[in-house]
Design a protein around this ligand. Structure first.
Ligand code: AOF
Ligand code: ZN
Length: 363
């Protein structure tokens, strides 16, 4: 097989992995292609957590795998988790060669899957389309490597960079097209994080309303003083509502638990929940990707904290004027030297609006 053939089959495996984008959490979504005599004989992808991994899914679709090459977007696992080890399944099926996009940073695997394959005499090649495979599961990989989720913040603004009127009213600046796009990003996230002020002002449901099969993200509310009203719409189905607070008011905590919320008490920092601690806790709770939908106060604090990986800013073609509120509440920036700079990744038109995607600037 030539390097370009290897890359082409791996590109197909990357495509297949995307079938699991909305359903495999907290597992990464992985794709697998089995090739024999230059023909694809089976394709697979990761099923819901607890069900078949990509390799097992592909192997189940053929009884003719002996002597074939397996293309997998992630190192086949070596551990007995919710399912049996894929490396052993590949060995048992008589696979001759395994091409892997990248090693699994999960400490339970971390090279052991590759080692098992090599010990069984299988030819192993690692690193084909590694960058593409990294992008597939940014959240899972960041959680494994750094103990933090991949954090995106979504903002909507007018042409003049305003997110709400002076009264606080913000519904709706952007078009229905932009708002539908947001639903898809919500569905691809493990958790949606918001602040209590947004809950009190907008009363959002924070669910992912999409017309395809998707796991619902957990709703996380940063509520330092436990001001959450029991009538909030997001409590309609409170099973997946997590409240992060620094209040030790046992009565209020219990009332929220009684309606199904989980309440986590974290340290205070400047009178509010310690953001770094919140995200670390979310990673410990197996949250891979976070989608923040919050107001200027929380967004200002997050920008300052350096915790955000990516911002999605929807810009609508309207002007709200200088009495309206800006994107980020920050303590005064007095010199240009102190300005906050981001790096533009992508600009795309969504209906009449623009979607601007920025990353934190690392240099
Ligand atoms: C693979 N193929 O398709 C995926 C893998 O609890 P388990 O048994 O489902 O294992 C989950 C771990 O397996 C997950 O944390 C990650 O390291 C790896 N994911 N491995 O061989 C797959 N999704
Ligand atoms: Zn596996």
């Amino acid at each position: 097989m030539t390097p370009s053939q290897d890359a082409a089959y791996m590109a197909r495996a990357v495509k297949l992995a995307q079938n699991g984008k909305y359903t495999t959490d907290p597992n990464p979504h992985v794709g697998c292609v089995l090739v024999k005599d230059e023909k694809v004989i089976a394709e697979g992808w990761t099923q819901r957590a607890g069900f078949a991994h990509a390799e097992v899914d592909a192997l189940a679709k053929t009884d003719n795998a002996r002597g074939s090459t397996a293309y997998v977007t992630l190192e086949p696992c070596s551990h007995h988790g919710k399912t049996g080890p894929c490396s052993e399944a590949l060995i048992a099926a008589g696979i001759r060669r395994v091409v892997v996009a990248m090693q699994d940073p999960n400490p339970l695997v971390a090279g052991r899957g590759l080692q098992k394959l090599r010990e069984a005499g299988i030819e192993v090649l690692v690193g084909v389309l590694q960058q593409e495979a990294e992008t597939l599961n940014q959240g899972f990989f960041k959680r494994m490597r750094q103990g933090l989720p991949w954090i995106r913040s979504k903002l909507a603004m007018s042409l003049d960079g305003r997110t709400a009127l002076a009264s606080g009213e913000s519904q709706w600046i952007t078009s229905v097209h932009a708002r539908q796009d947001v639903q898809i990003w919500r569905a691809a996230s493990s958790a949606i994080v918001t602040g209590i002020d947004t809950v009190l002002y907008d009363d959002p449901r924070l669910s992912a309303r999409v017309d395809f099969d998707a796991l619902q993200p957990v709703k996380v509310v940063l509520d330092s003083q436990l001001r959450m009203p029991l009538s909030a719409k997001l409590l309609d189905n409170a099973v997946d509502v997590w409240i992060m607070t620094c209040s030790d008011d046992a009565l209020k905590q219990q009332k929220l638990r009684d309606v199904g919320c989980k309440v986590f008490q974290v340290d205070a920092r400047n009178g509010r929940v310690d953001l770094a601690q919140v995200f670390k806790l979310l990673a410990e709770l197996q949250i891979n990707t976070v989608w923040v939908e919050a107001g200027a106060t929380l967004n200002g604090a997050l920008l300052d904290s350096g915790l955000i990986d990516e911002w999605l800013i929807y810009m609508a073609p309207c002007v709200l004027g200088d009495q309206a509120r800006g994107l980020f509440t920050l303590s005064g920036i007095l010199t240009m030297q102190d300005k906050k700079c981001l790096r533009l990744l992508e600009a795309r038109q969504i209906g009449p609006d623009l979607r601007l995607r920025y990353q934190a600037k690392t240099d």
